[in-house]
Write a protein that binds this ligand. Structure first.
Ligand code: CTP
Length: 400
């Protein structure tokens, strides 16, 4: 899960180090957004080392990637710990004065705050009012606990313990472990077929959807193996997933064949090259050898998923993907039906692609058809949402 942890300027920030560590240890992709004040308590290198992700605080960093909204859009969960009285007031007012403020305004994910302040500040009518407004907006509040505060005071205002914050926050977003004990094999990415030692034929698949399916299956308790072909650099498989890296269609096919024996569910999300170069040159092709034009002879690769279907054992569910360039939904469904029947798979997830849609985006829309051609479900949203919709369809069909 993509978790944003906002850290604001309170001494309890030191306890948030343990919270971040806990979230990373349980397999989450954690992005820390400290305010400038928070960095006076715990420094940036600590946050980077513990979260294993780059940390920025300013809306002016990484502008090209629109970081001021990108983090909020990508988040599955946002935790603000500690949340100072000042931060809670800013949140109530909807201030966008720093990266945490813009992230909070850009997100639709559940937001959890763990307030920390002196008892007088917590009980002040201004804070009481802010908490009422935030709660009414759907913000979840953990704590504060009653206990010793800095400077010898004691009373409500102490930030809750990291374990308690993590448990409360994750409970909001965690999926049922309805795939516990199920072994899931996923392929993702795009194969590359070499032409010569420096060139290849490839495709635009980023691996995002397949990696999301692998992560979603792990979230639901499955044992997951991912056969990954050339994932984009920013697409990182979940640490709970066993990754087998491959390059060509042939390598991907052999890895899938070998891993399929132990799989209960196989999802072929990879974009596999239909052809490879007949004679791969072992030296770099030179222009002077083919002046004016170059003809490459391509030979058809075997259909990997068809082979898996032919070798399918009882109880194994096989799912294929189809990225299609179509004019409308009707044509997409038509093509999906034909392909599902041709491949003999249990489910086929089809999505429309084009020059400007489908690949690099974090969003997707899938139409899922069954073996008999019926549309089982359509899902759109983040690639995590569509991954879960596909897993729902798989689970339902296995229950029947
Ligand atoms: N696939 C495969 N082996 C191949 C090519 C594709 O297993 N050599 C799988 C893909 O991973 C995907 C499904 O088959 O799950 C559909 O891929 P697609 O390229 O759309 O299918 P093709 O059979 O190549 O059909 P088309 O005629 O549209 O090219």
């Amino acid at each position: 899960m993509f978790v944003v942890v906002g850290v604001t300027g309170g001494i309890a920030a030191y306890k948030t180090v343990a919270l971040v560590r806990l979230l990373v240890k349980t397999g989450h992709d954690v992005h820390v957004v400290p305010t400038a004040d928070a960095l006076r308590f715990v420094g940036l290198p600590t946050w980077e080392a513990i979260s294993r992700n780059p940390v920025t605080t300013s809306v002016h960093d990484d502008v090209a990637r629109v970081r001021h909204v990108a983090l909020g859009q990508a988040a599955d969960l946002v935790i603000v710990a500690p949340a100072t009285a000042n931060t809670l007031a800013s949140m109530t007012a909807g201030l966008a004065s720093d990266l945490l403020g813009t992230t909070l305004l850009a997100t639709t994910a559940p937001v959890v705050v763990a307030p920390a302040m002196h008892t007088e500040m917590w009980r002040h009518p201004a804070t009481v009012h802010n908490m009422e407004v935030l709660r009414a907006r759907g913000v979840h509040v953990v704590g504060p606990a009653d206990g010793a505060l800095t400077g010898g005071d004691s009373g409500p205002g102490r930030m809750s313990e990291p374990e308690e914050i993590a448990a409360a926050a994750l409970a909001l977003v965690e999926r049922p472990r309805d795939l516990a004990g199920v072994s899931v094999l996923v392929s993702a990415g795009g194969t590359r077929e070499p032409i010569d030692p420096v060139r290849f034929l490839g495709n635009r698949s980023s691996g995002r959807q397949g990696v999301a399916i692998a992560r979603a299956a792990a979230d639901r308790g499955a044992d997951v193996t991912l056969v990954a072909a050339h994932l984009d650099a920013d697409v990182r498989p979940d640490p709970r997933v066993e990754v087998i890296a491959v390059g060509t269609a042939d390598e991907l096919g052999r890895a899938m064949d070998a891993a399929a024996a132990d799989a209960d569910v196989i999802v072929m999300a990879a974009a596999v090259a239909d052809y490879s170069v007949a004679a791969v040159a072992d030296r770099k092709l030179r222009k002077q050898d083919s002046p004016g034009a170059l003809t490459l002879e391509l030979v058809e690769n075997r259909d990997i998923v068809a082979g898996l279907v032919a070798a399918r054992r009882v109880g194994q569910t096989i799912v294929a993907f189809a990225a299609e360039t179509v004019d409308d939904d009707e044509e997409l469904v038509e093509r999906a039906r034909a392909k599902a029947a041709r491949k003999g798979v249990d489910l086929l997830a089809a999505n429309a692609v084009g020059w400007t849609r489908g690949f690099e985006s974090a969003e997707n829309a899938l139409t899922i058809v069954g073996r008999d051609g019926d549309v089982v479900t359509s899902a759109s949203g983040s690639k995590d949402d569509t991954a879960h919709a596909l897993l729902d369809a798989i689970r339902e069909m296995r229950a029947r």
